[in-house]
Design a protein around this ligand. Structure first.
Ligand code: FEO
Length: 398
């Protein structure tokens, strides 16, 4: 399929309605995704910006042939080497060998490293321009947003920013544009994408936004490499990114636990009651980590002022759903958030101490240095202690 965006730009990507896991099995994509590729025709030259993921390479090239004689593609722009965007280069360049591939210096390394091909690489840096006749593409390196090779490009005349992964969403929609889709769905996917992919690079996001805004380039449309195109008030997503990059939190606390025989669940609910009593306005959410989507929980952590993490002790350790989630939180480097730990035990009781260490290692400031541990299943006294622990947490978050 191809969709005309305007007189010079045509979308030639792939909407992947079936996608449910991305980055292997690491990232959930409940609403599918798209791999957006754009054909840009100037008065003299034509450029193709990015391709699509390898499983769709054959379909991509066949559809592209229906849109244009491949020999008329003068330039290929590889804004990013990750396979969801570069995965069809081999198939495409088999048809049009020698076509220059414009990419960043790190982009060449990444593409050579993944495909082991001696393609006609043309390395560009911020400020370099590629003329298409009546308009040109300007390149802007975007190192670590989210790979070292990531790059944006900007089309003069039409004033379109092609920021690759930035401002994207894993969101399949034939409606294509931000003003046509369900706004709740769109922003749910946009914040999940930011929380799970861009959080560690927030300082760089803020700096890049400042740099791009400083270029004073008018932006009429933002065409990312996943999800919908921002054409109505396109800067709204840039403003959202600026907000999300700045130690973002909402008035929310999230309790995340796993439980074997309901003791730690019972404790979580009693803690939630205490938080509510002390801080009636805060949004309290509870997730059993073993029964919930990990990336959805990560999004809730991103939105939270604090997380309260619970696991019973097993084999002198913690349940693996909590261990896995805490490893993800460590890598994502959340900023400015608080944490607390709790859990049941029967004899050795290491879990709470371990969660405290994991919270601190992941950058969370402990609300209570000891946390709360309960021997066996909580009795009325232990439930009251949980409630009190919750009240302390609720008060600390006012
Ligand atoms: Fe959509 Fe970093 O690839």
């Amino acid at each position: 399929m191809a969709y005309k965006i305007n007189d010079s730009v045509t979308w030639v990507g792939k909407i992947d309605w079936e996608l449910r896991k991305f980055h292997g099995e690491e990232l959930s994509a409940h609403r599918g995704s798209s791999y957006n590729s754009y054909l840009v025709r100037g008065s003299e030259k034509t450029a193709l910006i990015d391709t699509v993921w390898k499983p769709f390479a054959g379909e991509f090239v066949n559809n592209l042939k229906k849109e244009i004689d491949l020999k008329e593609i003068d330039y290929i722009i590889a804004n990013h080497g990750e396979v969801d965007h570069s995965g069809s280069l081999t198939e495409l360049l088999r048809e049009i060998p020698g076509t220059p591939v414009y990419c960043s210096k790190a982009g060449e390394k990444s593409l050579r490293g993944q495909y082991h091909q001696d393609w006609n690489f043309q390395v560009v840096k911020t400020g370099d321009k590629l003329g298409l006749g009546d308009k040109e593409l300007i390149f802007i390196e975007a190192k670590m947003l989210h790979w070292p090779d990531s790059m944006f490009c900007y089309l003069t005349g039409d004033n379109i920013l092609f920021p690759n992964d930035a401002f994207g969403q894993h969101y399949a929609s034939e409606l294509m544009y931000n003003d046509l889709v369900d706004q709740c769905e769109l922003f749910e996917e946009a914040i999940k994408y930011y929380a799970n992919i861009l959080t560690p690079f927030s300082k760089l996001v803020a700096a890049k936004i400042k740099e791009v805004v400083g270029l004073n380039l008018p932006v009429e449309m933002i065409c990312p490499s996943h999800g919908i195109i921002w054409r109505h008030d396109p800067l709204q997503i840039v403003n959202k990114y600026a907000e999300w990059a700045d130690n973002y939190s909402e008035n929310q606390v999230t309790l995340i636990y796993d439980t074997m025989w309901d003791g730690t669940r019972k404790a979580a609910e009693a803690i939630a009651g205490g938080i509510k009593e002390a801080n009636n306005n805060i949004n309290i959410k509870l997730y059993n980590a073993a029964r919930s989507d990990t990336n959805d929980i990560v999004t809730e952590i991103f939105k939270s002022k604090a997380i309260v993490v619970g696991s019973p002790t097993i084999n002198k350790g913690i349940l693996h759903s909590i261990a896995s989630l805490m490893e993800m939180a460590r890598g994502l480097k959340f900023q400015g958030k608080k944490g607390a730990a709790f859990g049941c035990y029967g004899w050795s009781g290491e879990s709470v101490g371990m969660i405290n260490e994991l919270l601190e290692d992941a950058g969370f400031e402990l609300i209570n240095k000891d946390g709360l541990k309960m021997l066996w299943n909580p009795d009325d006294e232990a439930v009251a202690a949980c409630h009190q622990f919750g009240k302390e947490i609720g008060s600390a978050l006012k």
